[in-house]
Write a protein that binds this ligand. Structure first.
Ligand SMILES: *Cc1c(COP(=O)(O)O)cnc(C)c1O
Length: 863
């Protein structure tokens, strides 16, 4: 019955309970345990049935019961306290107001993402990217950072996963009812729902309403095209996450980027809140936000495309999340042309200029493709990857855009991901921590080093809570396994064995993630006999819980799930290895704290960061992982285990076999013996040392508050400074002058040359402390010495004459000749021994650029 119309009958809360509405509507409950406990206490059985969703609870609670509760003085007082606590949380000055002093700090930052994982009750995410965006907003809220989130509201979110009898993934798309979610629609003063409208080719219009989700202090605007005034095709634009054809996805991305900017304007107008000065484009999907902002500036300031682009670029931060070219959203230029050309041009923006922003116009690029990551990089002055290794991989991946420079100079930095502790630390674990330690000791991790005599947590208590978390997981997993088998068509009579599946005292290993090939879901099956021996060891067995959704179009991924399920179905092992369908936030919140070991075996370096292992670390679980993503950066030899990689082995099957063998070996020789090595109190002391070390050292680093502070300090605030510098009041004076200057430099550049270099004091061997003086004779054509910097680039040469550990020495102009020729000179004492090499180059210089790489131009000596 597809045409079914839904509506929700809401209970009117009795007056003394009215603040429950406020508490349910602000998503802070999703990470505030006392508020969740309050809702659970209203009707514990119903709370279970609605999967811990306060809005659904209030939507279906019995009015009779509410009347009784309204008489309960203690309850009403508790509601009042929590309401007051929420108001305090929403208004009091926090880190950003109290502790972060910087004249440039922005009043508002817009954060764009195609998905958000905030709570299981709002399923608008497919995996790590969305969870990260949710954690970003929550931590920004905790820190008082003035972010506004922008996204889409997908009618069916991402799919729900179940299994067929033979282990094949089955997808369903339950339609959400926004009226039954913690969302409110943005309204005009007259009460009508506000609209965002985008022109589509052929005179059509795509309209959207805007839902507001309140994530603590952070508003999240979600555009929704499913409204009656749209034609059928337009209504379906926001039907599901990453669904459909390229055309469908492009329309989603146009609505997200361009419509998202319009939603921000709407929100500022309706609420009187400040306009953002910083725009953070989280992955390429929202890249069209730049085109919309350029359009706005051309219209309001009557400036050229280039001037508007400079102004927009100054205020934009781009984060890339994928280390694989195949992971980037790309469209055919023909498709882009349909939306931005042939009569659909935006005023002042010829099609060619849009295409140029996303063009792969470099060696090895595809001229028929429009690349959303390139669009992101070209429209942002600052860009980053999401872990140090990923920053490095990204600099390599996008080196073509800065091919005049060394790969280490590519201006893409990194901010390592983090996770929102209040969301991911199990309440029982948090309770233990805060029973003994104060907030500073937990935050800094130092509390975990204290002995019981010093007021710390004892090993026995810590082990007890770890056992409790494992026990919760086993209970939950039994329930899920049974339900999965019923869904697969088994009869209850066949399922007696599921009551005893898994064991609360056995070493528990978790593996849950999306199922793209590089994550190697089935690596653990490489040697089935060896795995079976580990699972069924009579003295010291292990058990494994596996979960993950495959993109429905990825047949290979779906096949991997089937392989795993078929292995786990076997009578000999099915009590020790299970596949839990429908991996989501709710499952993750029990799974990660309950595991002893979190396994991650991607093909290095294809995991950009990964965050699930961070959630485990915060609960005292140990990581066992390939040195990839965040683990490559923070593994220290004592906080878990590194699976050695067979980098350089070309044959993928051989590489898998080698890495799987290394994995089995670590499990057999180290992990298993250490877990079962108990003292007289039954505590694995050596294991607990690793747990404490993990909590003390990783605890502070893996948190999203650390990540958001880094974004604020290293990216948002300098970006706000650049935006202000280039805004310069009427007519965007700063941006115009930078745009004009860049045009002049680009035009003059072909004539810029290093003609000749002389060095004094450089022989084959130079003594430490000797001074060397360099003079470079350069031709600048139409440019002046002020337009450029002439630099000595020094470093350690390798066999191919590439320099490593680059050091720069800027030279000063020392002589002027006719015809635009100059001498530049400088000298320096040599402070290190060893082989040394250098060259000289000319780069553009302008204080309004973030650095001399911004234009991508450098001139080196003619060979
Ligand atoms: C944390 C999380 C992820 C991301 O984990 P990775 O380590 O990046 O694979 C994906 N899905 C859910 C439900 C999560 O909680």
């Amino acid at each position: 019955m597809r045409a079914i119309r839904r509506f929700t009958v809401r209970t009117v809360l009795p007056e003394p309970l009215a603040p429950l509405d406020t508490l349910a509507q602000n998503l802070r409950w999703s990470w505030h345990t006392p508020t969740r406990e309050l809702f659970a206490s209203l009707d514990p059985e119903l709370w279970e049935r609605v999967h811990g969703d306060p809005v659904a609870l209030l939507g279906s609670i019995d009015p009779q019961r509410l009347a009784t509760l309204a008489e309960d003085r203690a309850l009403v007082a508790r509601i009042g306290e929590l309401d007051a606590d929420l108001q305090r949380y929403l208004t009091e000055p926090r880190w950003y107001q109290n502790d972060f002093a910087d004249a440039d700090k922005p009043d508002a930052i817009a954060y764009f993402s195609a998905e958000y994982g905030i709570t299981a009750a709002l399923p608008q995410y497919s995996g790590g990217l969305g969870i990260l965006a949710g954690d970003h907003l929550k931590s920004a809220s905790d820190l008082g950072v003035p972010i506004v989130g922008v996204g889409l509201l997908y009618g069916a979110g991402y799919f729900k996963q179940s299994l067929t009898r033979d282990g094949w993934q089955h997808e369903t798309y339950p339609v959400l009812d926004p009226d039954n979610l913690p969302l409110s629609v943005l309204r005009e003063a007259d009460g009508s729902a506000a609209r965002v409208r985008l022109p589509l080719p052929g005179g059509r219009t795509l309209s959207a309403q805007v839902w507001l989700a309140q994530v603590g202090r952070v508003p999240l605007l979600l555009l929704d095209s499913n409204i009656v005034e749209n034609d059928d095709a337009a209504r379906r634009v926001t039907d599901r996450l990453y669904g459909g054809s390229p055309d469908h996805r492009l329309q989603q991305e146009l609505l997200l980027g361009m419509g998202g900017v319009r939603a921000l304007r709407l929100y500022a107008r309706l609420t009187g809140s400040p306009q953002p000065s910083v725009y953070h484009c989280n992955e390429g999907h929202a890249g069209f936000l730049a085109v919309e902002r350029i359009r706005e500036l051309i219209e309001s300031e009557d400036v050229s495309f280039e001037t508007a682009l400079e102004a927009v670029k100054a205020g934009t931060v781009f984060t890339t999340h994928t280390p694989v070219p195949a992971g980037i959203s790309r469209y055919s230029t023909d498709l882009i042309s349909e939306y931005f050309g042939g009569g659909a041009e935006l005023p002042g923006i010829p099609l060619g200029k849009v295409l140029a922003l996303g063009a792969e116009d470099y060696e090895g690029g595809n001229p028929a493709v429009f690349n959303m990551a390139i669009l992101g990089l070209r429209s942002a002055k600052r860009a980053n990857g999401v872990a140090q290794l990923h920053g490095k991989v990204s600099r390599g991946m996008f080196h073509q855009l800065w091919s005049d420079f060394d790969v280490t100079e590519v201006p893409i930095t990194s901010v390592t991901n983090g996770v929102h502790a209040p969301t991911w630390v199990d309440p029982a674990f948090a309770e233990l921590a805060y029973r003994h330690l104060d907030a500073d000791q937990v935050e800094s991790g130092q509390g975990w080093r204290l002995s019981p005599e010093e007021g710390g947590v004892s090993d026995v208590e810590l082990w007890d809570v770890r056992r409790k978390l494992r026990g919760n997981l086993v209970k939950e997993a039994r329930h899920r396994v049974r339900k999965s088998w019923l869904d697969r068509g088994a009869s209850p009579a066949e399922l007696g064995w599921t009551d005893d599946v898994l064991d609360p005292d056995v070493l528990t290993i978790g593996f849950a993630r999306r199922v793209p090939t590089y994550k190697r879901l089935t690596l653990m099956l490489s040697d089935p006999e060896r795995l079976t021996r580990l699972l069924t060891d009579p003295e010291r067995p292990i058990q494994i819980l596996v979960a993950g959704k495959s993109h429905p179009d990825d047949e290979h991924g779906v096949g991997l799930i089937q392989q795993l399920v078929q292995f786990a179905d076997q009578a000999g092992v099915r009590e020790r290895i299970v596949f839990l369908p429908n991996y989501d936030i709710a499952m993750a919140q029990t799974l990660m704290p309950g595991c002893d070991v979190w396994l991650n075996n991607p093909l290095r370096p294809l995991e950009a960061s990964g965050t699930s292992g961070m959630k485990c670390a915060l609960n005292g679980a140990l990581n066992l992982s390939i040195l990839d993503g965040w683990w490559d950066e923070w593994y220290d030899g004592r906080n878990g285990w590194a699976i050695p990689t067979a980098d350089g082995v070309e044959d993928p099957e051989q590489r898998d076999r080698l890495e799987a063998a290394a994995l089995y070996e670590i499990l057999e020789d180290t992990v298993v013996p250490r877990f079962y090595d108990r003292d007289s109190e039954g505590v694995p002391r050596h294991w607990m040392e690793m747990v404490r070390h993990t909590l003390a050292t990783l605890g502070p680093k893996v948190q999203a508050t650390r990540m958001v502070r880094e974004y604020v300090e290293r990216l948002y605030t300098p970006t706000a400074g650049s935006a202000r510098q280039l805004d310069g009041g009427a007519g965007l004076e700063g941006a115009r002058s930078l745009a004009d200057w860049k045009a002049r430099v680009r035009e003059a550049w072909p004539a810029v040359r290093v003609d000749h270099v002389e060095a004094d004091g450089v022989g084959e061997v130079v003594q430490l402390g000797d001074r060397i003086a360099v003079t470079a004779y350069v031709s600048l054509g139409a440019l002046k010495p002020d337009d450029v910097e002439v630099q000595v680039v020094a470093g350690r040469p390798d066999e191919e004459d590439n320099l490593a550990d680059l050091r720069l020495l800027p030279l000063e102009v020392s002589e002027t000749f006719e015809g635009g020729r100059y001498a530049f000179t400088g000298e320096r004492a040599l402070g290190e021994t060893g082989p040394f090499g250098y060259t000289v180059r000319v780069v553009p210089r302008n204080d309004a650029m973030v650095g001399f790489t911004e234009l991508g131009l450098a001139a080196t000596p003619v060979q």
